[in-house]
Design a protein around this ligand. Sequence first.
Ligand code: SF4
Length: 325
Amino acid sequence: MSSLPSQSNDEIFSKVSVGISSCLLGERVRFDGGHKNNAYIVKTLGEFFEFKQFCPEVAIGLGIPRETIRLVLRGDETRCVGTKNPELDVTEKLLDIGEAQSHWLAELSGYIFKKDSPSCGMERVKVYRGEMPERKGVGLYASVVKKNFPHLPVEEEGRLGDAHLRENFVKRVYIYDRWRLLENSNAKAKGYVEFHAQHKLIYMSHSQSKTRELGQLVAKISDATVESFKKDYIALVTNILAKPATRKNHVNVLQHIQGYLKRELDKDDKKELNETIEQYRLGLLPLIVPITILKHHFRKCPSEYIENSYYMQPHPSELMLRNVL
Ligand code: SF4
């Protein structure tokens, strides 16, 4: 977990605890004794995430190698049974093993699941009625994790190949990590007001109207209402961040930030910044370019609000997540 909730544009990020399906780390735990090593996850994200791996099928004693299992519909109920031997029913075992992991799952700030798995798949897992599958299921272990930790950022390795989903997941992991740090510090209302100020520009890049709703929640917080505030706030933040930020909203945020420099920049600097934001709006430049120019100006003309905001540095620069947005 990050050690400090405060921010500067050149923050050093500490390693964050993230759960993961063991096979994605190259562990030979699959039904056929193989693995699904994912080089990006292991080599790149592994520099910044401290992975806590878990294989639910091995944990319930299915062994390696093992018969494959799949989700089937029996009436309205989804069961997880052997592909060849439908008498092998591991539904309860997979659900129970998920429930039994809460002690370490509660310490995580994110989870990466293996896609398509009847145990680990996060969404669109095949569910069979007869021999006809429909992609509408959730792996049983993953379903318990999602139910018990509804605000935990979760993603599948396949979706991490998409630049927007990847950036959004990593950003959510760091935000959730700071949120847990704040909650665990028994912070008073003031701490939550500061948290909101640090993240408001990020929320705005996702939804201006929902950010206004959040602002109304924050305006009413007092030390006496912190507990109920926390539930409402994190639920709305989860909702806001569920979909990646849009280019249009980023442009609004960049222009909003630019407003903090209106007295500081000369004519040429203003023109360059305007042109850069416009080129980003048109898709001719990636987001990192206007952000780099803004950072440069704020180094010379600091603003406390912008310096404390995570918008310009939501995750480690080395991940280069905004170079392709
Ligand atoms: S997808 Fe999940 S259950 Fe299957 S091998 Fe990987 S970790 Fe184990």
